[in-house]
Design a protein around this ligand. Structure first.
Ligand code: IMP
Length: 188
């Protein structure tokens, strides 16, 4: 039977997120003035973050998306990265901003950085709303970071737990509910 979860604690309210997204957008606007960066949203988790960020960045940005295999229905990384949806843009010579909901082990982005560098991107910057630094397994340069969080599983504002909770306007930790008692064994 699938595990069940419930909201434990709100870590960032809608207002706190909006204010931080505005600050990140200002930094990006300052750094990319005079250029037309390609902002790449990593699906599905970054869809709300990128939509809000996009409307507050004041440079003529373009947008594209990539999707990778997710954790499945649980909350632990498998360490396996599989491309489910690739870019539809030629990135040779382009300045890319990779927009992630959360960096956890860092395996997804480190794979992606290598891949996009090989395709000839002029520059690659990471913008992550959440940084779960203690869970990091590889070194990653995060240029724009919303908030650092401890090693807890979080949902909301695009982030899911088994595809649930993405549309919460805030970010919260979840806790696993005690599982069903095991079925009685009929035979030894
Ligand atoms: P990484 O490759 O381990 O850094 O995994 C990053 C991806 O794992 C994110 O884009 C999320 O889709 C997912 N992820 C990692 N931690 C969480 C979490 O706390 N809540 C929801 N998704 C998470």
């Amino acid at each position: 039977m699938a595990d069940k979860y419930e909201i434990q604690e709100i870590l960032f309210t809608e207002e706190q997120i909006a204010s931080r997204v505005g600050e990140l957008a200002d930094m990006i606007t300052g750094d990319f003035e005079g250029t037309a960066p390609l902002m790449v949203g990593i699906l599905k988790g970054a869809f709300i973050f990128l939509a809000d960020l996009a409307r507050r960045v004041r440079v003529p940005a373009e947008f594209d998306f990539m999707a990778f295999s997710s954790y499945g229905s649980g909350t632990k990384t498998s360490g396996v990265v599989r491309v489910l949806k690739d870019l539809s843009t030629d990135i040779a010579g382009r300045h890319l901003i990779l927009v992630e909901d959360i960096v956890d082990s860092g395996l997804t982005l480190s794979y992606l950085l290598r891949d996009l560098k090989a395709r000839g991107a002029a520059s690659l910057s990471i913008c992550a709303l959440l940084n779960k630094e203690v869970a990091r397994q590889v070194d990653l340069p995060i240029r724009y970071e919303g908030f650092t969080i401890p090693d807890v599983f979080v949902v909301g504002y695009g982030l899911d737990c088994a595809e649930q909770y993405r549309n919460l306007p805030y970010i919260a930790s979840v806790k696993k509910l005690a599982g069903e008692p095991p079925a009685p064994r009929l035979f030894p």
